[in-house]
Design a protein around this ligand. Structure first.
Ligand code: F0G
Length: 458
């Protein structure tokens, strides 16, 4: 039996339909930087699954009834109840978005010179570690290196390297271990419960705090129930509860699995850490019962966190991504296997062998998807992760040249996704015509948001 979304569409928003000439103009005006293309010129926006999901009638009803009191609003207590049912953290602070949670927590936990270990730090997470004068070190598992392998938990951290680091000369400098579920920087792959158990054991043995970056905790939980023996009989909620219970705390953007336009929270066990984080929070984000969130977003998040764990919802969302993965593979385009849930990661390096890393095949594919179909997505390759010299020439390429098609929650129908696959199939029929790119301007920090590029005709 086919799964289907457990909702129907009640409010819709028109999407822009553009001509190829308009798109070529918009892209060149944006200096080939997707972040500078106005959304009004984008037909299918797969740039991110963050803050872009459709809210439910129940979320909007709750938002309309939100209580705007500065301190101790009803909306805060409703939010707390939902988070308390899910996590066992005694200290919970709302924050306006994930990176603010990172800044507040990391600046309390880490001291300059320390190391943060992770399966993979997301880009803002890495930036928040590095801005404190610390090192963000990724230790992805060995299975992650083979993009084609169907290993079920390629989001795991490499436990041997983790233990070797904790017990070795750098061990004294490790300030935290942060596990990102699912592993967004690592192909959207899930982390197994066995891996989380082992991380907890190592962190306890070496007395290092263990936090989750739980932006996609529900999707990770779903994949655990699907792929990990011993968890199939549990509900996604039960798996998520167990995952939160293993860690000393978390940062969680709620723009993903909170299905909210805005929001995040910090969860903590340690009362001293909580006290110090709270001072930082109040000084920079807001009082502890709103922390920079509007009351209507506290309500949306509280309701969203309930809806996101519904098995029918997660089943249909996973099936939607799997359907797109099938179509993409049938079109002759390889993806990071096996497909996760929030995004597909296309292997652009393999699709466009005529473009060397210095011509940015991932970016070239992303631009082509826009030019030919009005589809916006993001490169995750040498443009994003490579190292450049002062003249913006590529010195060290990224290990893979990928493009992420992020799928907003409850937003596009299968027909939209089939259209995306059609456009991709057209490109894949004749990939040699895709031109390469060169960088003409690159700022030193958070480069990809502010790049300017030029096209080199094929
Ligand atoms: N952690 C992870 C794993 C993320 O994917 C993100 C955001 C954040 C933290 C930061 O959260 O946006 O609420 O400040 N990821 C988005 C993306 C932007 O497109 O993957 P935020």
């Amino acid at each position: 039996m086919k799964s289907f979304p457990p909702y129907r569409i009640q409010v819709v928003k028109e999407i822009p339909i553009t001509t190829r000439a308009e798109r070529a103009e918009a892209l060149s005006a944006a200096a080939y930087n997707m972040f500078d293309v106005p959304a009004a010129k984008v037909t299918i926006d797969l740039l991110t699954d963050s803050g872009t999901g459709a809210v439910s009638a129940a979320q909007e009803a709750a938002a309309a009834a939100a209580d705007r009191s500065y301190a101790g609003s009803d909306s805060y207590y409703r939010f707390r109840q939902v988070v308390d049912e899910l996590t066992s953290y005694p200290h919970v602070f709302p924050v306006h978005q994930g990176r603010a949670a990172e800044r507040v927590l990391f600046s309390t936990v880490l001291r300059a010179g320390q190391i943060s270990l992770s399966n993979t730090h997301f880009d803002t997470t890495r930036a928040n570690v590095e801005l404190l004068g610390c090192e963000a070190r990724d230790l992805p598992c060995a299975e992650a290196r083979d993009l084609d392998s169907a290993e079920p938990f390629k989001g795991n951290i490499d436990l041997d390297t983790l233990e070797a680091t904790l017990s070795g000369p750098d061990g004294q400098r490790v300030g935290q271990v942060l596990i990102t579920i699912t592993n967004n920087g690592g192909g959207g792959q899930p982390v197994s419960m066995a891996n989380l158990h082992a991380v907890r054991e190592l962190c306890q043995r070496y007395q290092v705090p263990f936090f989750l970056d739980a932006a996609r905790f529900a999707e990770n939980a779903w994949l655990v129930t699907e792929r990990e023996p011993g968890y199939r009989h549990l509900s996604p909620r039960e798996v998520a509860q167990q995952a939160f219970a293993l860690a000393d705390g978390c940062v969680a953007s709620l723009k993903k699995d909170g299905i909210s336009p805005m929001g995040a929270f910090i969860g903590l066990r340690d009362p001293d850490l909580a006290k110090r984080s709270e001072v930082n929070l109040i000084a920079t984000e807001g009082f502890r019962t709103y922390g920079g969130m509007a009351s209507h977003d506290l309500e949306r998040v509280a309701q969203g966190l309930r809806e996101v764990l519904e098995p029918d919802y997660l089943r249909s969302r996973a099936a939607e991504t799997a359907h797109l993965a099938q179509l993409v593979n049938a079109a002759g385009v390889d993806i990071v296997q096996p497909a996760g849930i929030h995004a597909l990661y296309l292997n652009a390096g393999r699709l466009l062998p005529h473009i060397p890393p210095s011509g940015f095949p991932g970016h070239a594919l992303a631009c082509q998807l826009y030019l030919e179909g009005g589809i916006r997505c993001a490169e995750l390759g040498s443009l994003y992760l490579g190292t450049f010299d002062a003249e913006h020439n590529l010195l060290q390429p990224a290990p893979f040249e990928l493009v992420r098609l992020a799928i907003p929650r409850r937003t596009y129908t299968l027909a939209h996704l089939e259209y995306v696959a059609d456009v991709l199939a057209d490109i894949a029929k004749n990939p040699e015509r895709v031109p390469s790119y060169r960088v003409v301007h690159a700022p030193p920090l958070l480069r990809h948001f502010n790049l300017k590029l030029a096209q080199i005709p094929a």
